[in-house]
Design a protein around this ligand. Structure first.
Ligand code: ADP
Ligand code: MG
Length: 720
């Protein structure tokens, strides 16, 4: 096939990176309007004021905008920028940008570069083409982008020019959030307020901003572009809607952490190089479990910045993949029967002076402050398991969650032996010991003995304590991490509020009284919430039964999960801490349902089209070949059976009937609103698509290879 020969003859399109001459640390932040640049280019007073907002969350003083804008412009123009763009994150989950030229006519036939404080602070893109979930009608188009000082401006390069990019929040003319960033910022502010109350009880009154921190691990697939563009399903829906299981899948487990193929490694170096320039601290890379699957992870940063950087990671991976003749797939389940891709969001909170507040130290049982923060997380996840499930609900992620490779749709917490033991002691009246870490000797003299972690890892838990942070593993590879972070920040904020209120009410006058109040509070929380703690195998069927007994939610589909956003506890949560108003939350639910419906609709239409115009024609051509072979053999007097023809004919018939079934499911129109429309797509359309696929995949195993119109799983996953 021509695609295969194109793949095997692939040559690099651009010269190799000159990595020996420019060491990575010189590249890092090269295209960022970083603190260093600001310090060098801004008047001292302006720099100080700006830093107050960036670091301590102080209210932005708008009067400094002109000075900042002017410095930013000069810096950008020196780096070849001709345009600036307000970058924002609409609810589609994508990144949007509106570009404007710096140039303005000078009135004398020439042009001069201009960029004012006002232009920096505020932009006005037409809001009408972005989903608002009914907050605004299409004619009410006015939307604003507002400069987010806490996420530095940067320069995006292109072969033919560079653009100064300014991260912004996107709100409607009425002040409602239309984007992913605004609630992240609001939830961080709310979390800080409540965390300060707890810190104060422990005598820490310096007020250093407590920020939530995030380190997202991104999984993705890389396949050759020749295959990608031969698969209409892949390039329109992001996943294969057809494809039989290859003879060799991932059963040998030989890909995980295996040596990285040369072309892929070149791609990784290049994308990391680009990300370094943008100040994204990418750190880890490795092969993942499935063939052609990889992972990239940065070092954690403050949640807002991590979110913006995560958007950049996805963008850069896609762009650089093109350069290497490959396509980067970030769909949660591009290949059925092969592991899917998630985005593990590592989450914690901390401040400059206090460090990581979820670090237990060596003896967690004596670390009362840690225990309060940890208990607050446990309580939060227990109370809002439905919300956590809802924020990872997308049509794509449904193919992954609950399958035997990804966390189950049941939300639970893995605490590990050490913490579970400490909390059990507290429950019984007080903790006196922590299981110690110990050392591990491998039994080979040349290998050094090393300290062992206090607990083993658990890969099956959707929400796991991993030593000094929690890792939310249910997030989908294609999702923005904003939703997950907003949820984690806000539910923990609520729990910290709860803890602080209880502890303040006890009015402890000395350490002993504080200790007693803590013991009461923690024991009460663990008694009430321990059903959410599960250290066992989350993939097992036994866990599903056990979880049901414990009364935990098991929301299998997005449609079930999204309706959790309507729960009174969720609405109260978001309004109480000013993270999302009632209207904003409702609009989000509508948008997510709409997105679900649109996604499945496009997949269904694509299924119909490919089955009708690619697979069916191939099948009947083969059927015809078989039939004429039979007729010819009969003619020359052979006695034979028509087994193969019979089977293929059965499959062709099955395919035809299943197409009828899918057409019928698609012809249904529901006027009852988004929720029931989404349910229809989930309960009727998806199974009808699966039926079409079943026949098509069966046929793939029989039809002559030279007639089969699509690259196979084997080709896409193994030819590199
Ligand atoms: P894993 O072993 O889970 O695959 P990785 O090293 O791939 O771990 O990723 C772990 C992620 O957790 C990294 O992005 C790391 O920076 C992040 N992380 C570490 N400490 C914190 C923290 N305090 N808050 C948030 N994220 C953190
Ligand atoms: Mg990892």
């Amino acid at each position: 096939m021509s695609a295969i020969s194109a793949v095997t003859n692939w040559q690099p399109l651009s010269p190799a990176l000159n990595f020996a001459e420019t060491p990575a640390h010189e590249v890092f932040n090269a295209n960022v309007f970083s603190r260093e640049v600001m310090k060098a280019r801004l008047p001292k007073a302006v720099y100080k004021t700006l830093l107050g907002t960036i670091e301590a969350g102080k209210k932005l003083d708008a009067s400094i905008a002109d000075a900042v804008a002017s410095a930013m412009k000069d810096w950008a123009i020196a780096k070849g920028a001709t345009h600036y763009a307000h970058v924002f994150y609409p609810l589609t989950g994508a990144t949007a940008e509106k570009h404007d030229s710096f140039l303005a006519p000078d009135g004398e036939g020439g042009a001069l570069a201009e960029f004012t404080g006002k232009q920096l602070i505020q932009g006005e893109p037409d809001g009408s083409s972005f989903p608002t979930g009914g907050i605004r009608a299409t004619f009410e188009a006015r939307g604003y982008t507002i400069w987010d000082v806490t996420s530095p401006a940067y320069i995006l390069e292109n072969r033919n020019g560079t653009t100064l990019c300014i991260p912004t929040a996107f709100v409607s003319w009425t002040g409602e959030a239309l984007d992913k960033k605004t609630p992240v910022l609001r939830s961080m502010q709310a979390l800080n307020e409540q965390a300060q109350r707890i810190l104060k009880l422990f005598g820490h009154t310096d007020g250093a901003f407590v920020a939530s921190t995030a380190g997202p691990e991104q999984e993705y697939f890389l396949i050759d572009r020749n295959f990608y563009f031969s698969r209409p399903d892949l390039f329109t829906t992001g996943r294969t809607l057809f494809g039989a299981k290859p003879p060799k899948g991932q059963e040998f487990e030989d890909h995980y952490f295996g040596a990285i193929p040369e072309r892929v490694l070149a791609f990784m170096h290049d994308s990391e190089h680009e990300l370094y320039k943008l100040g994204v601290p990418v750190k880890t890379r490795h092969n993942e479990v499935a063939p052609a699957q990889y992972e990239i992870a940065p070092i954690f940063e403050s949640a807002n910045l991590a979110t913006d950087h995560q958007h950049m990671v996805m963008l850069i991976l896609r762009r650089v993949a093109e350069k290497y003749g490959m396509a980067c797939l970030t769909h949660e389940k591009p290949f059925s029967g092969v592991n899917g891709s998630g985005k593990h969001v590592n989450w914690s909170l901390g401040s400059k002076t206090q460090g990581n507040l979820l670090d237990p130290g060596d003896n967690p049982h004596t670390n009362a402050q840690f225990l309060v923060f940890c208990a607050a997380v446990i309580r939060a996840v227990h109370k809002h398991q439905g919300l956590l499930r809802a924020v990872v609900a997308t049509a794509g992620n449904d193919h992954r969650l609950g399958a035997n490779e990804a966390p189950p749709a049941i939300i639970s917490i893995f605490l590990g032996d050490q913490l579970t033991d400490v909390f059990q002691q507290i429950k019984k009246g007080g903790a006196n010991s922590s299981i110690s870490k110990g050392t591990l000797t491998v039994g080979v003299d040349v290998l050094p003995p090393f300290p062992k972690d206090a607990g083993d890892r658990n890969r099956t838990s959707p929400f796991a304590f991993t030593g000094n942070r929690f890792e939310f593993r249910a997030v989908g590879a294609n999702q923005s991490i904003a939703g997950a972070l907003v949820a984690m920040n806000t539910i923990v904020c609520e729990s910290l509020d709860y803890c602080a209120t209880k502890l303040e009410a006890a009015n402890p006058k000395n350490e002993k009284e504080l200790s007693a109040a803590l013991q009461t509070l923690l024991a009460e929380i663990i008694k009430e919430c321990e059903s959410i703690v599960f250290n066992g195998d989350g993939y097992s069927a036994a866990w599903h039964q056990e979880a049901a007994k414990r009364g935990l939610l098991n929301l299998k589909t997005s449609v079930d999960a999204l309706s959790q956003l309507k729960a009174p506890a969720v609405q109260e949560l978001f309004t109480k801490y000013n993270v999302l108003s009632h209207r904003e939350l409702e609009s989000r639910l509508d948008i997510y349902l709409e997105q679900y419906i649109k996604t499945v609709r496009v997949e269904a239409l694509q299924t119909l089209e490919m089955a009708r115009t690619l697979i069916f024609p191939a099948a009947i051509r083969y059927q015809n070949e078989l039939a004429s072979t039979c007729a010819n053999l009969k003619l020359v007097g052979y006695s034979f059976d028509t087994d193969t023809l019979d089977r293929v004919t059965d499959m062709v018939k099955g395919l035809q009937e299943s197409l009828g079934g899918l057409e019928k499911a698609m012809s249904h129109h529901d006027a009852d609103g988004l929720q029931s429309e989404a349910a229809h797509f989930c309960d009727e359309v998806l199974p009808a698509m699966a039926e079409v696929r079943k026949w098509a995949d069966d046929l793939e195993g029989w039809v002559a290879d030279d007639l089969w119109p699509l690259p196979t799983y084997q080709e896409m996953l193994f030819i590199k």
